[in-house]
Design a protein around this ligand. Structure first.
Ligand code: BDP
Length: 718
């Protein structure tokens, strides 16, 4: 009787657990390791029965732990672990110098520090799979790639793969404050529970590190660029060290945002002048202290003289003076400085588009070689669409790193489905024409300015305490894509989307392919319903939530949307040609010629560079006004189409994630309509044109939209 009860009970438990495993919530990201069906198991088993752990170095251990975790989840039982001797079906995760690889002619010379190879081979008569790099982290990256092959149902019996990252520093910038508020964060609070660190290390830190390592991210800046100096005190450095201890096995270095005035705030000095000997000595001592606590510390990220942050200009010094002083302190330890070029001076009446170039370009060649200048993809500020930043290609003697924003400050926060891979691809494949045709932004950031120069890419993270990490299921794709583009800036957005869709949703093409199509069109939809035809910076004040094209009363001219669209009775758009601000002259002549000419400028950048009459005839044959209205509607229609597509997946995707996406799409549709209606109501009040036939009038008058207030929208700035 008892035995019977136990059987029933255990059956219930097993059933309960299995059921739970099916109830996905997004926590597992793209590392879901779904159980394989018996055909797939039978297919893989001969190649995958055991693995060798030749040593217990932490990174190799992390790799084999991952292998085991994945194997258990996908196959339902553990791999056999061996010490050295190999058998058929062994996976060998190791380094180039392993005695087990002795006498084999493997192409390690091509792998650099972090690259890997995956090779099906025969050793001592046994069929084995070698996953190896010159470093342990190479082997770890290879392991994740190997697992991806299985997750996506690829064959693994005749492998010959080599992959090497094209950029060295692949870093996530968290805009997280010490009180856990995340500036421009829409995924809950900061992941870093500073209050409980260093003694309590949330297991999520390990899962975060796994996710990063799986896509090759090798650096983390845990604190905001608008940072407090306290992070540099001994008490906080101990907390940072605790994070670093978790991240190290995953090949991830910790960097810190450094507040330029820290010598005053923490050191009690009267100045932070980068040429002052006491300031230099303070930073040197501080850096030495950091390395005593965190020996593999990566270096500093600095936002200086931008949006109220202190910096070298406070002492009439240049950005190079400031960056070099920190670089000198870091150099003996191998640390670097990532110095941001996102600057626009408070009193400068120059077109904001031009200011970073004006300030930085003359400093080309003046930075120490352990400084990277970190440049946003566009010259204004992460808008849904911007032309590439004119600094790319214009500082050939200075390592420039790309800064993308993964968090969607300007693309609908967490709820709008907007895959950013297409936006980044557009920026990276843009031709700078410097020095000549075919020199894309990707080429500029990839090609070291000299043999030892550093290269890199930074992404402003979209990660927080939400169970799904990124605020929405689809925003995980942007974290994933960032890693892929940082690894290889020539990646194709569609391939990346497809990989992600397979890993995250399903290997069934009937599900994955429509998802890829949704993703590929999604960013353009946002552009259409928020800022079509090259418009930009039209959002409401402060939190940047919702439309505010009418805003004209902010302290600085270039904080006001009216500054950007310049709509008046005659037309709309910012004239950046020679007749206007001449920002175009900061680009190579060929680029300036193409974009400066109404006949050749692409529609997508028209109003970014030109002020155009409302009745201007577009390529479509419509007037500019009619085209503008139809773009707004096209954007909203696209969201409606995504809703229809998603509804068709009902019952074919796990319930909880499906419902979340369905509801978020409904929010997106409502907000897209709000953007469309408010923008049309406003621009019509200026253009005084009737709406083209077939396009509905906004349901409310302009004042109604202007009166909308959302003071508690998340992610506010500091
Ligand atoms: C803007 C954000 C602001 C950031 C700033 C930056 O609105 O919160 O501090 O960029 O990049 O996009 O420093």
């Amino acid at each position: 009787m008892w035995r019977k009860l136990l059987t029933i009970l255990s059956a219930f438990l097993v059933f309960g657990v299995a059921n739970q495993a099916c109830a996905e919530d997004g926590y597992d990201l793209w590392l879901r390791y779904q159980p394989l069906d018996s055909a797939a198991k039978a297919h893989y088993r001969p190649v995958l029965t055991n693995f060798v752990v030749p040593n217990a170095r932490p990174t190799i251990r992390a790799a084999t732990d991952e292998l085991q975790r994945a194997f258990k989840a996908m196959f339902g039982y553990a791999l056999v672990q061996r010490e050295t001797v190999m058998h058929d079906g062994t996976v060998l995760v190791t380094r180039a110098d392993s005695p087990l690889l002795k006498g084999m002619d493997l192409p390690f010379a091509r792998l650099g520090k972090e690259g890997y190879l995956i090779r099906s081979a025969t050793i001592g008569g046994n069929h084995v799979t070698i996953i190896a790099g010159n470093s342990d982290v190479g082997a770890l990256y290879g392991t994740f790639r190997f697992l991806k092959l299985i997750q996506t149902g690829q064959p693994i019996d005749k492998l010959d793969i080599i992959d090497v990252p094209k950029l060295q520093v692949r870093v996530l910038d968290h805009w997280d404050n010490l009180d856990r508020h995340v500036e421009r964060g829409y995924a809950g609070q900061s992941l870093w529970d500073w209050q409980k660190l260093p003694l309590y290390k949330d297991p999520r830190y390990t899962d975060y590190a796994r996710a990063n390592a799986s896509i090759g991210i090798n650096g983390v800046v845990p604190n905001n660029v608008n940072g407090k100096a306290e992070i540099l005190t001994a008490e906080w450095l101990e907390k940072v060290k605790a994070l670093d201890d978790v991240f190290r096995p995953y090949g991830i270095k910790v960097y810190l945002s450094a507040r330029f005035s820290a010598p005053i705030e923490l050191g009690g000095l009267k100045t932070a002048d980068p040429l002052d000997p006491a300031v230099i000595a303070w930073w040197k001592a501080k850096v030495d202290e950091i390395y005593r606590i965190i020996p593999d510390f990566g270096g500093f990220l600095v936002k200086a003289n931008s949006e109220g942050q202190p910096g070298p200009a406070d002492y009439k010094r240049t950005h190079a003076d400031g960056a070099n002083m920190l670089a000198d302190a870091l150099r003996p330890h191998g640390g670097i400085v990532m110095w941001r070029a996102f600057v626009y001076a408070a009193e400068n009446p120059e077109d904001r588009h031009k200011q970073a170039y004006t300030e930085f370009q003359p400093l080309d060649g003046k930075f120490r070689d352990n400084v990277l200048v970190q440049v946003k993809n566009g010259a204004i500020d992460f808008q849904p669409r911007e032309p590439f930043h004119p600094l790319f290609g214009a500082m050939p003697k200075t390592p420039l790193m790309m800064e993308f924003q993964i968090t969607k400050e300007y693309l609908g926060f967490a709820t709008h489905l907007a895959y950013l891979g297409t936006m980044w691809e557009e920026a990276l494949e843009a031709d700078t024409w410097r020095p000549g045709k075919g020199s894309t932004v990707a080429d500029v950031i990839e090609k070291p300015v000299d043999a030892d120069a550093i290269t890199g890419m930074a992404g402003v993270a979209n990660i927080g305490s939400d169970f799904n990490w990124s605020g929405s299921q689809f925003d995980q794709a942007n974290w994933y894509a960032f890693g892929r583009f940082a690894w290889d800036p020539q990646s194709r957005a569609e391939d990346v989307a497809r990989d992600w869709a397979h890993l995250t949703w399903s290997n069934d093409p009937a599900i994955a392919e429509p998802i890829v199509r949704m993703m590929m069109r999604s960013r353009e939809a946002v552009v259409d319903y928020m800022t079509p035809l090259g418009l930009g910076h039209l959002m409401a004040t402060g939190h940047h939530y919702g439309p505010g094209p009418w805003v004209a009363d902010l302290a600085r001219p270039d904080w006001n949307p009216v500054y950007y669209h310049k709509a008046d009775a005659n037309g709309i758009g910012f004239d950046r040609t020679r007749a206007g601000s001449d920002a175009l002259s900061q680009y190579a002549p060929q680029v300036a010629a193409e974009w400066g000419n109404l006949k050749t400028v692409p529609d997508r950048l028209l109003l970014w560079f030109h002020h155009v009459p409302w009745d201007y005839r577009m390529r479509s044959g419509r007037t500019l006004w009619d085209e503008l209205v139809s773009r707004y509607d096209r954007g909203v229609d696209e969201v409606a189409a995504m809703q229809v597509q998603w509804d068709a997946f009902k019952g074919r995707i796990d319930q909880r994630r499906w419902e979340e996406v369905r509801d978020f799409l409904a929010i997106q549709h409502r907000e897209a309509t709000w953007w469309r209606d408010a923008s049309i109501a406003y621009f019509q009040s200026v253009s005084k044109r009737p709406l083209p036939a077939g396009h509905a009038a906004p349901p409310h008058d302009l004042d109604w939209y202007k009166a909308i207030r959302t003071p508690y929208a998340p992610g506010r700035g500091e």
